[in-house]
Design a protein. Structure first.
Length: 243
């Protein structure tokens, strides 16, 4: 089995990267490859529609290289951080460019797939979007992970005194807590009594970085998902029919 992992995170050694790599490792695939989109040049779809006849995008960038690997893969694991309640622009561009592979032949049909989204509040929504898009490409999405990651404000250097960090976001009356962000900063931050959203930031940063794979539940989920991909591929290869 050849399994391909694709990360939309621009951060070196990110939680997104490490989770994807653990899924790849746990799959037991004979051939594993990891691509980091921020190290490549894959731009957005420009709607030229020249790919309709031959399933080849005419944009001169790294998509040709990436798409060849995508077409060869038996299984694909896509992962993205959550930026502004959406996947990163790197991952969005990647998925847009998959459009060139669907005309007339649906070239990704039947490939095993899994998705990962890492964020502080809306990662499940990003997972749901990615699942829908890959399903529309004909892929069999066999699992997903929505994981709490590092809040940028914890490590930017100004979060403790900034009146506009993620936990104060939206307004005085409606802070980030109401948007599910509290779970992401529990154990990493103490908001002090004199904190006033949009006026005066006052917090104590306990830890600036969350290492997701050190959390047993995250590690187990990644390993379980990887093993599931490997098992399903072996079933297919042996001719077993899943009921």
């Amino acid at each position: 089995m050849y399994i391909l992992g694709v990360s939309g995170s621009p951060v070196d050694g990110s939680n997104t990267d490490s989770i994807i790599k653990e899924i790849l490792r746990s799959s037991g695939a004979e051939e594993q490859e990891f691509l980091k989109l921020s190290d490549m040049n894959v731009g957005p779809c420009r709607a030229h529609m020249k790919c309709v006849q031959n399933n080849r995008c005419d944009i001169d960038d790294d998509w040709t290289f990436v798409s060849r690997k995508l077409l060869r893969a038996d299984a694909v694991v896509l992962g993205s951080p959550t930026y502004y309640s959406a996947p990163s622009s790197f991952m969005k561009c990647f998925i847009e460019r998959c459009y060139s592979l669907r005309h007339q032949k649906l070239l990704l049909k039947g490939k095993l797939a899994a998705v990962v989204a890492v964020g502080c509040a809306t990662e499940q929504a990003v997972v749901d979007w990615m699942v829908k898009t890959l399903t529309a490409e004909g892929m069999e999405v066999v699992g997903n992970m929505a994981v709490k990651g590092t809040i940028t404000c914890l490590s930017c250097g100004k979060g403790a005194s900034c009146p506009y960090p993620i936990w104060n976001t939206y307004s005085k009356e409606m802070t980030g807590v109401e948007y599910g962000i509290k779970e992401a900063y529990t154990k990493y931050l103490d908001i002090l009594p004199d904190n006033v959203p949009y006026e005066k930031g006052s917090a104590k940063i306990l830890s600036g970085h969350r290492v997701a794979l050190t959390e047993p539940s995250v590690l187990k989920s990644a390993q379980t998902l990887g093993k599931r991909i490997g098992s399903l591929h072996r079933e297919r290869s042996s001719g077993l029919v899943r009921i």
